[in-house]
Design a protein around this ligand. Structure first.
Ligand code: C5P
Length: 219
C-alpha cells in the first residue's frame, strides 16, 4: 500500500532515445541517456504514483518499482504508449527520433567498393501530439519536454500550442551549460496561465519539484 499525494494515480512516463533500424545490424539513434525520465519516474513513485515507464534503449537502468515496457523504435513506443491508456497523467520525456529509414533492409547491406548507400527517410509519428490531441481517453494532464538553446519561453509556448499538451518543460541545452548528458538541469515550465522559471539544480531536484506540481494539478 502506498501513501502520498499521488497514491492511486497511474502515470505514464516515456524516456530514453529510440533506435531506428537501417538493416538488421545498424541503426540511427540519439544521445539521450534516459536520466531525466528515470529521475522523474522515481520522484512520482516517491509521492505514491503507480508509474508505467515506456523506455527506448537508455544507458541508465530503468527505475525499480515501475512497470517497465522496453521498446526500440518510435513506432513501437507509440503502440506501447497507446496500450498503457487510460492514465491520470502522461509525461513525455523520451527523445523520440524524428525520422526512421523509410524501408529498412531485411538483410545486412553489403559494402561494395566505390559504391555508397543512400538512405531515404520517413517521418515518425509524434507520440506527444497524438496523445495530446486524442479526444476521448486523453489523459487529464499531458506534459511534454523541449530542448531549447534560445528564446526559451517563446519557443516553448509555440511548441505547447503546436502539440496541444498542457505543459512544456523546456531544458536549456546550450552546449556551454553541460546540461545534456549531465547531472543538473535548468528548466522553464510553460503552462496555460503561468511560467515557472526554476534555477539550475540536480535532475533529481527538478524531478521532485515537477512531481509536486503534477500532484498539485491532479489533486
Ligand atoms: O518536437 P520535439 O521533438 O521538440 O518535441 C519534444 C517533445 O515531444 C518531447 O516531449 C518528446 O518526448 C515528444 N515527442 C514524441 N514523439 C515524437 C517526437 C517528440 O512524443 N516523434
Amino acid at each position: 500500500l502506498t501513501a502520498g499525494p499521488l497514491a492511486g494515480k497511474r502515470i505514464l512516463v516515456t524516456s530514453g532515445p529510440t533506435h531506428e533500424p537501417i538493416d538488421p545490424v545498424r541503426y540511427i539513434a540519439n544521445r539521450s541517456s534516459g536520466a531525466q525520465g528515470t529521475a522523474l519516474a522515481q520522484a512520482l513513485m516517491a509521492l505514491g504514483a503507480e508509474v508505467v515507464f515506456v523506455t527506448g534503449p537508455a544507458s541508465v537502468a530503468p527505475p525499480a518499482g515501475a512497470q517497465v515496457i522496453k521498446v526500440e523504435t518510435a513506432a513501437e513506443m507509440l503502440t506501447a504508449v497507446e496500450g498503457t491508456l487510460p492514465v491520470d497523467a502522461a509525461v513525455f520525456a523520451a527523445a523520440v527520433a524524428d525520422w526512421r529509414v523509410a524501408s529498412a533492409s531485411g538483410q545486412k547491406i553489403k559494402k561494395q567498393a566505390g559504391k555508397l548507400p543512400t538512405l531515404e527517410f520517413a517521418e515518425n509519428p509524434d507520440i506527444l501530439a497524438r496523445v495530446s490531441q486524442m479526444g476521448q481517453g486523453r489523459p487529464p494532464l499531458v506534459v511534454g519536454f523541449a530542448a531549447e538553446t534560445n528564446d526559451v519561453i517563446e519557443n516553448a509556448t509555440a511548441k505547447r500550442a503546436r502539440k496541444g499538451c498542457d505543459w512544456i518543460v523546456a531544458n536549456d541545452v546550450r552546449p556551454e551549460t553541460g546540461i545534456m548528458g549531465g547531472t543538473e538541469n535548468k528548466v522553464t515550465i510553460v503552462r496555460a496561465d503561468d511560467v515557472l522559471d526554476w534555477p539550475r539544480m540536480s535532475k533529481a531536484e527538478v524531478s521532485a519539484k515537477l512531481a509536486a506540481e503534477i500532484a498539485a494539478a491532479l489533486a
